[in-house]
Design a protein around this ligand. Structure first.
Ligand SMILES: Nc1ncnc2c1ncn2[C@@H]1O[C@H](COP(=O)(O)OP(=O)(O)OP(=O)(O)O)[C@@H](O)[C@H]1O
Ligand SMILES: [Mg+2]
Length: 340
């Protein structure tokens, strides 16, 4: 039974922040952003190719960088974005560029074109998201999950060491390399923030993050969100990979929030006698403690606990090199995906 007082406390918050929640759920709620690049098939040195994905904050395209002769990924802010969206986007690029780790996507540059299109370029990652992986293959073996979580914990440790919090760790925001080396990368700095700025308080009535991966404190006291909140999300990602389904089933936003505040997830029931599975289960459950202080002290600690099962991480996915975009990818007779 949910506490009446808490329900009263979070209900108005949930109503006020419905749009924000929705905005982090993906493209379904955003307007088609084709206008973003209508006049911008070329952006500085970049020639846009096919669309790689889209989310609440923009569309991401494969792009040929003629200045260096390499493929990159370019994220565009929709043209109709508000001034605050623009500030948020610039912050995403600026703070995201501070993050430098082999398991985090590298941002290369941010720019604004003469006609006002705001974009930034990053290394191009070839792979599949953890969300797509589970949808395709179901629950993942413990050894693989340990390798993935170990890498993510290392990426978070570097980000946290800079006083930053990611705030949107979720299976959609982790790409696993398709080259078979199990290298994974944390992407999407759309909600990244300095811990200090969070402590100063958030605009009233906002809930920020993705509900299924949101920590109890992100729901009840967003000004206390910090590195431990990312660890909670990391635990929820681990749970999702091991079970093949999210931690909680819920038919409404308020139900998900109440589960995060009060429910214990069902036991994982991993292979008995498997050392890796046993440690992994402990790591996941430790991260999922309701109170931040009861979670592991740092992401570096998690990375260390899982290091035994981690493969050596290569120095990062190299930029994908290749020929100029072929006419098949971007034929002059047919506009590129974002061209009018
Ligand atoms: N560097 C990259 N290389 C390849 N694909 C990428 C890259 N960055 C993003 N993508 C693809 O684009 C999609 C959207 O990117 P991103 O998550 O940054 O957008 P978003 O608008 O912040 O998303 P959301 O708010 O829905 O989480 C990703 O899910 C991924 O499929
Ligand atoms: Mg995303």
């Amino acid at each position: 039974m949910y506490h009446l007082l808490e329900l009263l406390l979070i209900a108005p918050l949930l109503l006020a922040s419905f749009t924000m929640f929705h905005s982090r759920r993906g493209p379904c709620c955003g307007q088609p952003q084709a206008d973003a690049g209508a006049a911008a098939q070329r952006l500085g040195p970049y020639t846009l190719g096919n669309k790689l994905g889209e989310g609440a904050m923009g569309e991401v395209y494969r792009a040929w960088n003629s200045a260096v002769g390499a493929w990159h990924a370019v994220k565009l802010l929709p043209r109709h974005a508000s001034a605050s969206d623009r500030r948020r986007f610039e912050k995403e690029a600026r703070l995201g560029a501070l993050v430098r780790h082999p398991n985090s996507v590298s941002i290369i540059e941010q720019a604004e074109e003469r006609h006002g299109t705001c974009y930034y370029a990053m290394e191009l990652l070839e792979g599949t998201s953890l969300q797509a992986l589970v949808e395709r293959e179901g629950p993942q073996p413990a050894a693989r999950v340990a390798r993935i979580l170990g890498q993510l914990a290392a990426a978070l440790a570097e980000l946290h060491a800079q006083g930053l919090v990611h705030r949107d760790v979720k299976p959609d925001n982790v790409l696993l390399s398709s080259s078979g080396n199990e290298l994974c990368k944390l992407i999407d700095f759309g909600l990244i923030e300095h811990v200090g700025a969070l402590a100063e308080g958030q605009p009233e009535g906002t809930l920020i993050g993705t509900p299924l991966y949101m920590s109890p404190e992100a729901i009840l006291a967003p000004q206390t969100v910090g590195p431990q909140s990312d660890l909670y999300a990391l635990g929820a990602v681990g749970y999702f990979l091991l079970r093949g389904e999210p931690m909680f089933r819920a038919s409404s936003l308020i139900e998900v929030c109440c589960h995060h505040l009060h429910s214990t997830p069902e036991p994982l029931e991993l292979e008995p006698g498997d050392d890796c599975a046993a440690e992994l289960e402990r790591v996941v459950l430790d991260c999922l403690a309701k109170r931040p202080g009861d979670r592991p002290a740092t992401s570096a600690e998690i990375a260390r606990r899982l290091a035994r099962w981690s493969v050596a991480t290569p120095p990062g996915l190299r930029a994908v090199r290749g020929r100029r975009p072929s006419t098949a990818a971007c034929p002059p007779s047919r506009p590129c995906p974002i061209a009018a």
